[in-house]
Design a protein around this ligand. Structure first.
Ligand code: HEC
Length: 135
């Protein structure tokens, strides 16, 4: 009986520890994504991620970033035009496609955006997911 309790406690301990530890793959991707953002996105979405009123929608605390990874990947690969609603505000200016970015760069910039400016969206976007979306 004691052994069962000990083993259960150890198991619970390991699980709770691992949920607090940041995924090293994710933290490295976020770090690389900062530069991709600065070079390719910042001119429109701004350094603070707040965008430009009525022109470029925000990424900071943006409900839109909770959409499935595939939707976000496609915005970068294909651009986006037509009306979009972000945090209950409408925007209607075209975002150019950036399919020339590599699979890693696109995964990194999205991981960075989903974990910066007050965003904390669980899950890792991988280069393989970007590759699959290109087909
Ligand atoms: C030339 C300006 C411009 C650049 C550069 C740009 N965007 Fe956008 N982005 C926009 C506009 C404008 C929209 C809204 C498009 C619409 O109205 O349909 C948008 C929409 C978005 C959206 C969905 C709406 C939201 O706010 O969450 C995401 C996510 C996004 N952009 C991420 C990026 C990322 C990441 C990059 C860099 C790889 C980038 N954008 C580069 C202008 C830009």
């Amino acid at each position: 009986m004691n052994r069962v309790i000990t083993i259960s406690l150890i198991t619970i301990g390991i699980f709770s520890l691992s949920s607090f530890m940041p995924d090293p793959k994710l933290s490295q991707s976020i770090k690389r994504g900062k530069e991709v953002y600065a070079l390719n996105c910042q001119s429109c979405h701004m350094e603070d991620g707040k965008g430009m009123p009525d022109v470029n929608p925000p990424l900071a605390k943006a409900d839109y970033l909770r959409k499935p990874p595939k939707t976000l990947i496609n915005i970068i690969l294909k651009g986006q035009s037509g009306e979009v609603v972000v945090n209950r505000k409408k925007y209607n200016v075209a975002m150019p496609a950036q399919e020339y970015l590599t699979d890693i760069q696109i995964a990194d910039v999205l991981n960075y955006s989903r974990n910066n400016w007050g965003n904390k969206i669980p899950g890792l976007i991988t280069p393989a997911m970007v590759k699959a979306a290109r087909k």
